[in-house]
Design a protein around this ligand. Structure first.
Ligand code: ATP
Ligand code: MG
Length: 267
């Protein structure tokens, strides 16, 4: 991998921050291709910070939320996966595969609109094998009342009619608006106390890079599950408790780091 932080250099695979630097590189390349907005870089940095505090792994707590999320998406009449620039740059193949398994179309739904961005994201998704992409024709988009300015447009065949919306990475205002128009919302957010996390019905506190492949795995596992069993998974899930448990994961990890860090320094 080559990073491009103004000093091109190769990052060896055994570098302790290889994974993190690789995804940083994908985000920067995404920005150059118009896929990622400038503010997307900052959002990614905020996410990295929380991922650090989660130990950069998918917790068992997050896995419980992932299972509930997949069950809810299977039970939905009109499930939809909302795509923004960062998710398109980070995991287009996995999102495309998930969309196919769940029979949930991908809708490009952007916070920061810019000439050429929708086309750039469309290309990334098509290159990843996506066949059903919504949110392309701006002239056909309809407005959702709860939001101001250009952030309120949604596809009439997508989010508008969806009952369950999967928003890997979303802004709090939009999550709140989706809730207010009656959608069930599943969010992936590394920050367990962002407004998105608190507004969502199911909050997966994890990195979208790890979450989506895990969702694919669970979707394969639940492929032939009966509706009764899917409902049972959802009934057993408590989002507030799950968020609190995610905060405990952070607290415990930091506590351990506090001890380990001093040990490392002493050596
Ligand atoms: P909110 O608007 O929900 O209150 P915010 O304003 O603090 O959140 P935004 O800048 O709107 O944050 O969105 C960035 C959010 O996305 C942050 O909470 C960040 O932790 C999260 N995030 C960034 N990258 C990832 C990622 N790869 N996986 C999961 N979450 C991520
Ligand atoms: Mg925000």
């Amino acid at each position: 991998m080559r990073t491009n932080n103004n000093q091109d250099h190769d990052v060896p695979k055994d570098h302790p921050r290889y994974e993190s630097l690789k995804y940083r590189h994908d985000i920067i390349e995404g920005m150059k291709k118009l896929v990622v907005a400038e503010a997307g870089l900052i959002a990614h940095g905020r996410g990295e910070c929380f991922d650090y505090m989660l130990g950069e792994r998918t917790s068992d707590i997050a896995k419980e939320a992932i299972e509930a999320a997949v069950a809810l998406l299977y039970l939905a009449k009109h499930p939809i996966i909302s795509i923004n620039g960062n998710t398109a740059a980070l995991c287009p193949e996995a999102l495309t595969e998930l969309s196919k398994i769940l029979d949930a179309p991908l809708e490009i739904n952007l916070f920061y609109r810019k000439e050429g961005r929708i086309e750039a994201i469309k290309k990334v998704l098509e290159d990843a094998g996506a066949e059903r992409i919504l949110g392309l024709d701006e002239s056909k988009m309809v407005e959702i009342e709860e939001l101001s300015s250009n952030r309120r447009n949604v596809d009439p065949d997508g989010i508008k009619i969806a009952d369950v919306v999967f928003v890997p990475l979303e802004d709090g205002d939009r999550t709140e608006a989706l809730k207010k128009i009656g959608k069930e919302v599943i969010a992936v957010d590394l920050n367990p106390i962002s407004r998105t996390s608190l507004w969502a019905d199911i909050t997966i506190v994890d990195n979208v890079i790890r979450t989506v492949p895990e969702m694919i795995r669970i979707a394969e596992k639940l492929k032939n599950a009966k509706n009764k069993d899917l409902k049972n998974i959802i009934d057993k899930f408590d989002n507030i408790k799950n968020i609190q448990a995610s905060l405990d994961v952070i607290i415990q990890y930091i506590q351990k780091q506090k001890e380990d860090a001093f040990n490392i320094l002493k050596q």
